[in-house]
Write a protein that binds this ligand. Structure first.
Ligand code: DOR
Ligand code: ZN
Length: 347
């Protein structure tokens, strides 16, 4: 039985660090085990300009403890007014690693996102030309479409067209939640990949809703039926280069999640690798964990593979994690799956 893993230090290809009071916690939690992360730009106001990128990156690095290292890979928030030159300059100079597309209204702070996809055509053409990856929140926002069907509707009605118009555009379908998305990603060429989160691999909609609503399991896209979770697990343990870890760790204050209109997001940065090791072991696929956490994403983004390693060990007893972390503005509950893990990252 394997009780110790030594793997290339992982990267997180989709992460919310938030800002200000949150940064000393979020940045250092991720930096404990991740070398790099794609940083989401959905702040208030959103990161829509290179000057915002520069200042936000500076705030992130200022929060990093001196004994840790962490490379925040910055993104621009795409709006219908985004200047293509801003994208080109940002990507070519290395200030951004990707552009993020939120359909307006799809999720937290997405109001400035895209309503009319025709308007962003010139930007997508330039991005295809310079090979700048496009990270997509893949859900339609039409109220006539059931929330559980919004990912598939986005593939059918929006993404297929975007990709047909720009076959050379590198697209990451983020935080996929359905077998439909797995099948679509697998059926398309090497310019399409997907990130998968820890929470979508470990809970289904019964965990969210049966026996009482669990606000800390509420995220977007919302978790689906068990067969969809199983399809995601199968995809990531297959070792296919098209799937890699993007935790979408998205902390909100408890008072904002446990409210009459609770925010979407699971705070998984604290225990992601331990949960993943448990899932991969259950699937007898521990040898594929490194591909998912540390190799596939770097290759898709055209980045080097990290040179250092981390150790994850299996103990006799379940690993304990803090229930909550404190910020000056209140507490944040750590994501807890409904199973125990004996794995622990050694830092
Ligand atoms: O659950 C989520 N939380 N999904 C998202 O797409 C956004 C994120 C957030 O920023 O809170
Ligand atoms: Zn996200």
């Amino acid at each position: 039985m394997t009780t110790e893993l030594v793997i290339v230090r992982p990267d997180d290809w989709h992460l919310h660090l938030r800002d200000k009071d949150f940064l000393p916690i979020t940045v250092n939690e991720s930096a404990r085990s991740f070398a790099r992360a794609i940083i989401m730009p959905n702040l208030v106001p959103p990161i829509t300009k290179l000057v915002d990128v520069k200042n936000y990156k500076q705030r992130i690095l200022s929060a990093l403890k001196p004994d840790l290292s962490f490379d925040p890979l910055m993104t621009l928030y795409l709006t219908e007014e985004t200047d293509p030159k801003e994208v080109k300059d940002g990507f070519v100079s290395g200030q951004i690693s990707a552009v993020k597309l939120y359909p307006a209204g799809a999720t937290t702070n997405s109001q400035s996102g895209v309503r009319n996809f025709e308007k962003i055509k010139p930007i997508l053409e330039i991005m295809a030309e310079i090979k700048c990856p496009l990270c997509i929140h893949g859900e339609v926002t039409d109220n006539n479409i059931d929330i559980f069907d919004r990912e598939k509707a986005f593939i059918d009605n929006v993404l297929t067209k975007i990709r047909n118009d720009n076959p050379a555009l590198k697209v990451i379908m983020e935080h996929i939640t359905t077998k439909d998305a797995v099948d679509y990603v697998l059926s398309e060429n090497e310019n399409l990949a997907a990130t998968v989160t820890t929470h979508h691999l470990s809970i289904n909609r019964n965990d969210l809703l049966a026996g009482g609503i669990k606000p800390h399991f509420y995220c977007l896209p919302v978790v689906k039926r068990e067969p969809h979770r199983l399809a995601l697990v199968e995809a990531v343990v297959s070792g296919s280069p098209k799937f890699f870890l993007g935790t979408d760790s998205a902390p909100h204050l408890d008072q904002d999640k446990e409210s009459f209109c609770g925010c979407a997001g699971c705070f998984t940065a604290v225990n992601t690798l331990e949960i993943l090791a448990h899932i991969f072991e259950e699937q007898k696929a521990l040898d594929k964990l490194e591909l998912f956490t540390s190799i596939n994403g770097a290759k898709f983004y055209g980045k080097n593979i990290n040179s250092d390693k981390i150790r994850i060990v299996k103990k006799d007893k379940p690993t304990s994690f803090p229930e909550k972390l404190s910020t000056p503005r209140g507490e944040i509950t750590v994501f807890k799956p409904n199973f125990e893990t004996k794995w622990q990252v050694l830092v």
